[in-house]
Ligand binder design. Structure first.
Ligand SMILES: *[C@@H]1O[C@H](CO)[C@@H](O)[C@H](O)[C@H]1NC(C)=O
Ligand SMILES: *[C@@H]1O[C@H](CO)[C@@H](O)[C@H](O)[C@H]1NC(C)=O
Length: 493
């Protein structure tokens, strides 16, 4: 095993040098230019001397605009609207992290670079790709996909990465390695290594602003990953900096303690404009349970013993979550019934599509990767076992803001699970230098835009999207692209 690893590394170093010289003659534009000098579809392996345990395997793919020797089963055939890019794996020991990358449709040489992460924990970023903001959306029935006119690839080059190990097309070649056991922090070193390897191979992309975006449990992942990059940037030379410029988090979970009470507000009041949704008697009981749930959660935070935390989570789930689940409403969108797996029939269509051999082959999925699942229950349980849900990521967000990284929080107002009331409690109490002014803006200076209301102070922007659920780009694609573009352009909404 060691022998083959070493021989791969030697080949890889040669490949990096060769590719770097080809790419340095052409502006960063990804593989379309690369193709003209080397029209092979060959896989390359990239390495970095500072990350000897990691390697990046990348396979180019091409948009249908570029003349390809396509066999009808290319990424662009599977995913209409796909631009050129790469698919591949970040490898580290037995760990293999899958990614798909699409260059920007507009100006790939100038447009920002964005890493997209879905939440869960345990959900695949392929859901973001095929359901929300990727170049294509899977059609009902799961036989095909259609172009997404509002893809975020209209404005940026986007990576979709599956993490931790055990999620989507990411896998371990050692059955004893489970990605979820390390919780939120599990993949932070790997994601940092991923970007280091990327910038070594594509140094011209270093001048493009880099952002990490995602939703839901991304409220845990993104502050932690971004702050890790931030810390590493402090101890690496100027040539090794990751040009992290901003983070964007949609309907995130940052603090269970701060957000728990909002499980009452959303279905039991009219903050959403379409409430209340539950019976008065049920709501009365829920209201009474809020202080006790918070009190018990505090006990778990203070004494994070599984016995205490299981009891507090059990009480809160019984009293504040179950009444909503029993209503039969979609927990990601209060305006809809819950239909199908995770309340969205399209998730089954995506799962069906991504399980086919043609999709796996075109998307460069390793044979050893397991059958696709939208969300891995196993990884979810592993996170629960290590008490990951109680991690409060607010200090990580504050650290980003205090060191000059911009933060955009955007929240669909019809979500229940990570709703706007909870998010506003989080950001209205976030301990950072700009808090007093942020609160002033929140209370006195809300601005109107096409999608709803927004306000900001300094580096922190908060956006509501009226009538969108948990997955904002799925529900309000036009507004989502607008807020994404405005943010990247550093413009008001
Ligand atoms: C698999 O992982 C376990 C736990 O990290 C490790 O102890 C073991 O040596 C690994 N086995 C192989 C074959 O790499
Ligand atoms: C809830 O709010 C909406 C919008 O403000 C309003 O039209 C509706 O009548 C309210 N419903 C109730 C029950 O108060």
């Amino acid at each position: 095993m060691l022998k083959s690893y070493l021989s791969t590394t030697v080949v890889a170093l040669a490949a990096v040098r060769a590719s770097a010289s080809i790419l340095s003659q052409v502006p960063f534009g990804g593989p379309s230019q690369f193709l003209s000098s080397d029209s092979s579809n060959s896989v390359r392996i990239l390495t970095h001397e500072s990350h000897p345990d990691h390697s990046l395997t990348i396979k180019p793919h091409y948009s249908n605009d570029v003349s390809t020797k396509g066999d009808g089963n290319t990424v662009a055939d599977i995913c209409p609207g796909a631009t050129s890019g790469y698919t591949g794996y970040l490898n580290s020991g037995s760990k293999h992290f899958y990614f798909a990358y699409f260059e920007s449709k507009s100006k790939p040489k100038d447009d920002p670079l964005v890493l997209w992460l879905n939440g869960g924990p345990g959900c695949s970023s392929m859901m973001g790709l095929f359901m929300e903001l990727g170049p294509c959306i899977v059609n009902e029935g799961g036989e095909s996909a259609r172009e997404n006119p509002d893809s975020w690839t209209n404005a940026a080059s986007v990576f979709f990465l599956d993490q931790p190990i055990g999620v989507g097309f990411s896998y371990s070649s050692n059955g004893s390695v489970h990605g979820g056991e390390g919780g939120t922090f599990a993949a932070s070193e790997d994601i940092y290594a991923f970007m280091r390897l990327w910038y070594k191979a594509f140094p011209e992309s270093r001048t493009l602003p880099f952002s990490i975006a995602g939703e839901s449990y991304g409220g845990h992942y993104i502050p932690v990953f971004a702050e890790h990059i931030n810390q590493m940037n402090k101890i690496t030379g100027i040539d090794d900096q990751i040009p992290l410029e901003s983070v964007m988090i949609g309907n995130g979970i940052f603090s269970d303690l701060k957000q728990a009470s909002s499980y009452y507000d959303i279905p039991c009041t009219n903050v959403t404009g379409i409430g209340p949704l539950l019976d008065e008697s049920v709501c009365k009981k829920m209201a009474a349970a809020v202080p006790r749930c918070e009190y018990l959660l505090k006990a778990c935070h203070e004494f994070p013993d599984p016995l205490i935390c299981r009891a507090s989570a059990g009480y809160c789930a019984n009293e504040l979550e179950n009444p909503y689940f029993k209503s039969g409403l979609n927990y990601y969108d209060i305006s809809k019934p819950c239909e199908g797996y995770l309340c969205y029939p399209i998730i089954e269509s995506i799962t069906k599509y991504l399980r086919t051999d043609k999709v796996r082959e075109a998307f460069g999925v390793d044979k050893a990767a397991p059958q696709f699942e939208g969300c891995s229950n196993k990884v979810g349980r592993e996170f629960q076992k290590v008490n990951d849900f109680i991690i409060d990521t607010r200090p990580f967000v504050a650290a980003l803001l205090n060191t000059g990284i911009r933060v955009m929080i955007y929240v669909g107002t019809y979500d229940w699970i990570c709703n706007f009331v909870g998010n506003e409690r989080v950001f209205g109490s976030l301990k950072w230098d700009g808090l007093p002014d942020f609160r002033y803006q929140q209370e006195n200076n809300k601005q109107v835009w096409d999608g709803g209301l927004w306000w900001e102070s300094g580096l922190l922007r908060y956006v509501r999207i009226n009538g969108a659920g948990h997955m904002v780009p799925h529900d309000k694609p036009v507004e989502a692209l607008k807020l994404f573009k405005a943010w990247l352009d550093k413009k008001p909404l």
